[in-house]
Design a protein. Structure first.
Length: 210
């Protein structure tokens, strides 16, 4: 009976992990959400033997070492890796090693038309805020508030994009810095940064100012 319970828990973990990785690799969640949900899943099944599988342990280590592209590098973190490297290891090493021992578990989840429509809606909202802030049409405080409102909506819809995460991080850094004078926690010119981000949104989503 105990063996059956452990087997059932391992199967449940692998099924959930396969779905989670499939969302990340398929493009319906970002590295930020993948990291958060992986840590939560690992905690739920921490007593199960499969969590101690070498490939799962390495996934955990990779996520601890991963540094988002929007976060300035820290020279004191010699083990830091980019998302591209974390993703490469996941595809080329971690998943194949785990599937070799446990069988196929990965289920890709790609964006459907409704997801993409909502994603473009969120992109437009963020782009408009970035453009307005870069022009000086809104204050730093209102920019931060507006971006957070978009983030709440994205979480509600469960719609994500790497550029959205960058915008959310920019808002958080501005809030921790000096929004009144437009300097973020890293000392960057937040209006200039918003203008650069808006240009990236234009290219990525085919947006143009209203």
């Amino acid at each position: 009976m105990t063996h059956d319970v452990h087997h059932s828990e391992s199967a449940a973990f692998l099924s959930a992990l396969g779905g989670l990785i499939g969302q990340y690799l398929g493009g319906t969640i970002t590295a930020r959400i993948y990291t958060r949900n992986f840590m939560s899943l690992r905690s739920r099944f921490i007593t199960d033997a499969v969590v101690d599988d070498p490939a799962v342990r390495e996934m955990f280590t990779d996520l601890e070492d991963y540094v988002p592209a929007y976060q300035p590098p820290d020279p004191s973190e010699p083990h830091a890796i980019s998302e591209a490297e974390m993703r490469r290891r996941l595809i080329d090493e971690r998943v194949p090693a785990l599937e070799e021992r446990c069988g196929r578990f990965l289920e890709l989840d790609t964006p459907d038309a409704e997801y993409l429509t909502k994603q473009n809606d969120l992109a437009r909202k963020i782009y408009d805020l970035q453009s307005a802030y870069a022009r000086g049409s809104v204050s730093g405080e209102d920019f931060v508030t507006g971006i957070y409102e978009v983030q709440d909506l994205g979480d509600q819809w469960q719609v994500f994009h790497d550029l959205f995460d960058t915008a959310y991080a920019d808002a958080a850094e501005l809030e921790m810095g000096s929004p009144g004078i437009g300097s973020d926690a890293y000392g960057r010119d937040a209006r200039l940064l918003a203008a650069e981000r808006a240009q990236t949104f234009e290219r990525t989503f085919g947006l143009a100012a209203d």
